[in-house]
Design a binder for this molecule. Structure first.
Ligand code: URA
Length: 244
């Protein structure tokens, strides 16, 4: 990988802000391959050198990914002026400016939201070409019907004048509590699909995104890192090789 400034590498790894890590380097707290490096602008290849801060070795990672259970009331966007962003829920070690939420969830919706710093991964996961499936648990004002199942499966339902890809509506014992599987992610899609059928969504939770399932033990507002096998499956879904 190309060489990068020491202060950039350290702040990327979450050691501190750029100004904090510059102070740490100048104070002699940073070693590269065993040598104290005081110049924060020193260039190095972080995948080829051993970096220590206060004698603790750092493990280099190019990208970061988190699985969050978004609670109702906060917004998927990372821009504060539109409401409380989901990234504000993360504990200090996971605070960083480059999180990208993958696939929007409405303010009143809950459930699985992937956060990543890998732009190409985020792009592919949301691009219609890759047909990444998203499964939602939905509570409805009126019972869903077999006609809804057929209408959603037909691929003939229009939103904004354009046909939707066939979607799978799963009716359970209570037809007011259903699951819907989509292969695309249009604006307010679930709510607008049911509105097009004369119904109304009262509650919405995303329970899977591609190969990722919302963990039963992850409460709303909590996040966790992806397991290596989840990460590999996610990259494979969109034709990328897993880089960690
Ligand atoms: N469809 C919606 O209507 N809202 C969401 O948040 C996600 C899918």
């Amino acid at each position: 990988m190309a060489k990068e400034r020491l202060d950039k590498v350290l702040s990327h790894l979450g050691v501190g802000s750029r100004s904090e890590v510059r102070r740490m380097a100048r104070a002699g707290r940073v070693r590269v391959d065993g040598q104290v490096v005081r110049d924060p602008s020193c260039k190095l290849d972080p995948e080829r050198v051993r970096i220590e801060v206060d004698e603790a070795p750092l493990v280099y990672r190019r990208y970061f990914h988190l699985l969050l259970n978004k609670p109702a009331g906060c917004i998927t966007s990372t821009r504060e002026r539109e409401g409380v962003p989901v990234t504000a829920l993360l504990p200090p070690p996971w605070q960083r400016p480059d999180w990208m939420p993958v696939g929007r969830l409405d303010k009143d919706a809950e459930g699985l939201l992937l956060l990543t710093t890998h732009g190409e991964l985020a792009h592919r996961l949301t691009h219609p070409r890759w047909k990444v499936s998203k499964r939602y648990y939905v509570e409805l004002e009126a019972p869903a019907t077999l006609e809804d199942v057929q209408a959603f499966a037909s691929g003939r339902l229009l939103l904004d004048g354009k046909p939707l890809k066939p979607a799978e509506l799963r009716l359970g014992p209570d037809p007011r509590r259903v699951e819907l599987v989509l292969l695309e992610g249009r604006f307010h899609q679930v709510k607008r699909m049911f509105a097009a059928r004369g119904n109304r969504v009262l509650y919405l939770r995303r329970i899977s995104f591609g190969p990722l399932e919302l963990p039963a033990d992850l409460s709303p507002g909590m996040a966790r890192a992806l397991e290596p096998q989840e990460l590999e499956a996610l990259y494979r879904t969109v034709g990328l090789s897993c880089t960690g």
